[in-house]
Design a protein around this ligand. Structure first.
Ligand code: MN
Length: 312
């Protein structure tokens, strides 16, 4: 863990030198040490930091918290500077003004997210898959890259609202810390994060892991398909209406922008109509053979869907 861009005392009087020293050398260092220990001998060992975040719901809490802690703090140090200057002509500034009207109103939205976060966490300005700016907060060391969050995208600005980030100067007064932190934001670095995020291919991975409606249907299919292939149609007869509901939810869901295409929409219609037909066949006591036939059609359509979604 290191940051050599500015001295510990460089952010005074807004953030004191001892807080910076402890925050970097004790807190951030602990995330790195604990992450390395947790990865040792784990099946996630070979993954890059961002890939760990993407799978946060599957890595377990120790890796999730410490990988998040390492990523978030590495970003936080870069986003602070003793020489904060707002330049209205950068790409990020133009987008902020387009969406929030003024930079002050963005600050208000971020401060609200930060001050209403109960307990420890972060406030985020991030880029959504639709290439829009958005604001959210996260608990603990979570961030919008994580599949465990509902607000997904690529971080641009992260504000640490753990008390260890401000306690010596501000004690429990998070609001005072928040008004001070904006005097330290490195807008050049934030603009670099924004322009990089706009073309970052990693956004596709966020979209892939964020389409929960597809995951839900896929999971329901997995509970039915193996039995049906083995000649047992009872799970299908019991669950056909669930498949139909999940397929309709999928068709009506917000499609991941990078994957949205006429082909995708056509396959989604096929999937939906197959599940509707299955459901009505079950209601009308269709034979196993008839169900088997329709079920393999649905299974093929699901495979096509997965193929579109998984190809580069
Ligand atoms: Mn912190």
């Amino acid at each position: 863990v290191s940051q050599s861009r500015y001295a510990y005392e460089a952010l005074q009087p807004h953030i004191d030198s001892l807080t910076m020293y402890i925050h970097l050398n004790k807190h951030h260092q602990a995330y790195v040490t604990n992450l390395n220990n947790a990865l040792e001998g784990s099946k996630f060992k070979e993954l890059k930091l961002e890939e760990l975040l993407l799978r946060a719901s599957k890595t377990g809490d120790v890796i999730r918290n410490n990988a998040g802690g390492h990523y978030n703090h590495s970003l936080f140090w870069k986003l602070l500077t003793p020489n904060s200057t707002w330049d209205p002509n950068t790409a990020l500034a133009k987008q902020i003004i387009k969406q929030f009207a003024t930079v002050d109103s963005l600050k208000n939205v971020m401060n609200r997210a930060a001050s209403t976060r109960f307990g420890s966490g972060w406030a985020w300005l991030y880029l959504t898959p639709e290439k829009k700016l958005a604001v959210c907060s996260s608990p603990n060391q979570d961030n919008p890259i994580m599949d465990a969050m509902t607000d997904r995208g690529l971080p641009i600005i992260g504000i640490d609202v753990w008390e260890h980030a401000y306690y010596l100067n501000y004690q429990n007064k998070r609001v005072d810390y928040l008004s001070a932190i904006w005097k330290l934001i490195n807008w050049q670095e934030a603009n670099r994060m924004y322009t990089e995020a706009l073309t970052n291919p990693f956004m596709k991975e966020i979209e892939r892991t964020g389409w929960t409606e597809l995951k839900d249907l896929h999971k329901a299919m997995q509970q039915i398909l193996p039995a049906a292939k083995g000649g047992n149609f009872e799970p299908l007869r019991a669950q056909a209406y669930v498949l139909k509901d999940l397929a309709i939810k999928l068709k009506d869901s917000k499609l991941p922008p990078s994957f949205k295409s006429p082909e995708l929409e056509k396959i989604l219609s096929e999937v939906t109509s197959s599940t509707e037909q299955l459901s009505s066949m079950v209601r009308n006591n269709a034979s196993d053979a008839e169900l088997s036939n329709k079920m393999s059609g649905l299974s093929d359509a699901m495979k096509k869907l997965q193929n579109i979604f998984n190809k580069e």
